[in-house]
Each structure stands twice: as C-alpha cells, then as structure tokens.
Design a binder for this molecule. Structure first.
Ligand code: NAD
Length: 356
C-alpha cells in the first residue's frame, strides 16, 4: 500500500535541506519505494499562510500521513510575536497532537569526521550513543505557567515540572526496548537529589527495569551526566531522560560529533508513526545561501524508512551512501577541513543520490 509522507519544510534553511531529502526519496521511488509526498507549511511559514504556526490543514495532513518529514522552524522576524503563535509552537503542537512522546537522538561519530570534533579523537572516535528524550511532558508543557505580578509589583516567571507514573513508564519502556536492540546498557538521567518529580522518575525506571532483566540500568544526576558526556562519552550506550534535560544533553552529545548538521532524530508515538527531522534549528544566519549541511535531514529519511516504513534495506543504503560521500572527501562548510572538497547544499544532495 502507498505510504503517505507529510513534507513540512518550515523556515530558514528548512526548505533547502528538505529539497535534498526529497531528491533522495524521489530517487528511491524510481527504485520501487511506494510513497506519496504532500507538502504543507509549518512554523513561521504556517503563521504567514494562516496566522497559526500549525495551520489546521497541516495538522490534518500530518494526522492522515504514515510519517512526517520536517525541516526546521523559527527565525528572527517572528521573535517578537506573542509566544502562542511563535514558530516553535507549531513543532510543540505537532508533537503533542500526534502524541510523539519518544524522541530518539543518535550521536554517532563518523570516522571520516573524527577531526571535526572539538574533543580529542581517542575520546570520541567510534562514538555511538542514543539519547531517548521524553518529548510531550515535563516542564515544557506543565501547568500552571506564566509571568505574574507579585504584590510588591515585581514580575515573577514560573513553570511547572510534572510527570505522572504512566508518562514515565511509557518512555521507560520505549528506552528499554531500544536498549535491548543495542548494547543492553541504559543510563537514566535525573536530578532526584533536588527534584521530587525526578525522584518518582527514578522509582518508576527501577520498577520498569524488572521486566528487562538483561538490560543493565544505571542512574546519573544530570549535572554529572553533562560532565561525563564530555569526559568519557563512550561509557554510554542508551540514555533516557526528561524533556528539558534531554533537550540540553542531546545538543551537547551532538557537538561531540563535530557538527550539528550531521545528526538526525525521530519522534515516535506508541504505534511507530513518527516525525523525522534534523536536530538543528532553522539556522537563519546561513539561510538562502545554499551552504547548509543537508546530511542530518537525509539521515532523518533513513530513520523514517527504518522506524515507520519498515524499509530497512533502503535505510541501510542511504546510510552507506552518506559514508560514501564522506569517503570521497565531500564536505559542506560546517564540516570542512584541509584537503577536503567543499560543496554546497545541493551538490551534497546530488552526491548522495549519485552514491545511491
Ligand atoms: P540552529 O541549530 O539553527 O543554529 C546553530 C548554529 O549551527 C548556527 O551557527 C547555524 O548556522 C549552525 N547550523 C545549524 N544547522 C546547520 C546545518 N544544517 N548546516 C550547517 N550549519 C548549521 O540554532 P539557533 O541558532 O539557536 O536557532 C535558530 C532558530 O532555529 C531559532 O528560531 C530557534 O528557535 C530555531 N530552532 C528550531 C528547532 C527546530 O525546528 N527543531 C530547533 C532548534 C532551534
């Protein structure tokens, strides 16, 4: 049956990198991939089209699709808008509406890019970790929230960190399932010494672990985890953590690999439907210049084929094609180094298609 893919380019470099990912999908279509692609605006583009960062038609399309491929959202021109209609609300709305609670963020260091990392090659070479971030709960969604005026006239900002047992259990199971398919080591990251909410997190993770006797579960406070990620990152296999801690730690892990432009991500619901996107933002500083690295988005397509469309062989082919272009010495500006051949966004996309 034809699989439906919602293509949401978004803002900034979003349309440029998505165009390269679509080239890859179009090529695979000629090889028998049975897909239908439909494009819609989201983020700032959604706001311009309909006054909403997540237009009703875009949400309906996403709900009716088997998978969603997203570029990135955001830009300077929308920063002064009310928070309720800022581009990021489009992304948060999609995650919440589609119940995409499990965010998979791999940090893999390609051997060809070992020099691109700011860490010593022996600390990072061969790095292969996966951070599982809870995506629809925690402090980014907790109520009450806001900015209020105190009796003395001073303003006070407040947010709420809240997790129910069932929310912790489902992200825990998602992470244990993934750990079973990898090195069977899971590190749960919390701040149980200070935050009651994550004391409960730790308790539930321990409980869930009883159903996964083969997985070695450990716990780490988030401040130590940040330190260990830059000190000895290869000690980790799978890490599971809350929405905000995962947001921060996965960007830190991303930098271990040298470029934010290389890392894909997947956000899954309970049935394997997913939204796939690079971990980076809309990079307004380089938008429209044809210099952005499209590989994170192309690797997001590989994750989509693997986790939502069950086309494992095609996913492997894309990942091998990316290795191939790196072996050829092709580099976008963000990963360029001496002796390599610098290429544009579209040249990199073309090279991946040729390698396929
Ligand atoms: P960013 O990830 O957009 O950019 C950080 C730095 O990395 C910039 O120097 C940028 O040029 C570079 N960069 C990012 N992607 C790259 C790529 N593919 N190739 C080469 N270089 C790349 O983060 P930011 O600057 O903090 O945020 C910019 C905008 O993006 C903001 O509006 C922010 O809200 C939004 N944002 C969106 C998402 C998302 O859509 N998922 C995530 C993070 C930030």
């Amino acid at each position: 049956m034809t699989k439906k893919i919602a293509v949401l380019p978004g803002d900034g470099i979003g349309p440029e990198i998505i165009a390269e990912a679509v080239k890859v999908l179009e090529h695979l279509r000629t090889d028998g991939l049975d897909i239908e692609m439909n494009e819609a605006p989201v983020g700032g583009a959604g706001y311009e089209a309909s006054g909403k960062p997540l237009p009703d038609d875009t949400l309906a399309l996403a709900k009716a699709s088997d998978a969603i491929l997203l570029g990135a959202v955001g830009g300077y021109q929308w920063e002064s808008l009310d928070i309720s209609v800022r581009p990021e609300k489009g992304l948060l709305g999609l995650r919440a509406e589609l119940e995409l609670f499990s965010n998979l963020r791999p940090a893999i260091l390609y051997k060809q890019l070992a020099d691109a990392s700011t860490l010593k090659p022996e600390v990072v070479s061969g790095l292969d970790i996966l951070i599982v971030r809870e995506l629809t709960g925690g402090i980014y969604f907790g109520q009450p929230r806001g900015i209020r005026i105190l009796e003395n006239g001073e303003k006070q900002g407040f947010n709420t960190l809240v997790y129910s047992e069932s929310e912790i259990e489902r992200i825990g199971r998602s992470a244990f399932d993934i750990a079973m398919k990898r090195g069977k080591k899971l590190c749960s990251v919390d701040k149980a010494n200070v935050l009651e909410c994550t004391e409960l997190w730790r308790e539930v993770m321990e409980r869930v672990s009883k159903d996964y006797p083969e997985v070695e579960l450990s716990h780490m406070y988030v401040d130590n985890a940040a330190m260990q990620l830059v000190r000895a990152p290869k000690q980790f296999d799978v890490m599971v953590t809350t929405n905000m801690f995962g947001d921060i730690l996965s960007d830190c892990a991303a930098m271990l690999t040298g470029s934010i432009g290389m890392l894909p991500s997947a956000s899954l619901d309970a049935n394997g439907k997913g939204m796939y996107e690079p971990i980076h933002g809309s990079a307004p500083d380089i938008a429209g210049k044809n210099v952005a690295n499209p590989l994170a988005t192309i690797l997001s397509v590989a994750m989509m084929l693997r986790y939502s469309l069950n086309e494992i062989a095609m996913a492997d082919r894309i990942e091998k094609a990316v290795e191939n272009v790196l072996d050829q010495g092709l580099r976008t500006a963000d990963i360029d180094s001496e002796g390599m051949q610098k290429v544009s966004t579209s040249e990199m996309g073309d090279a991946v298609v040729s390698a396929l």
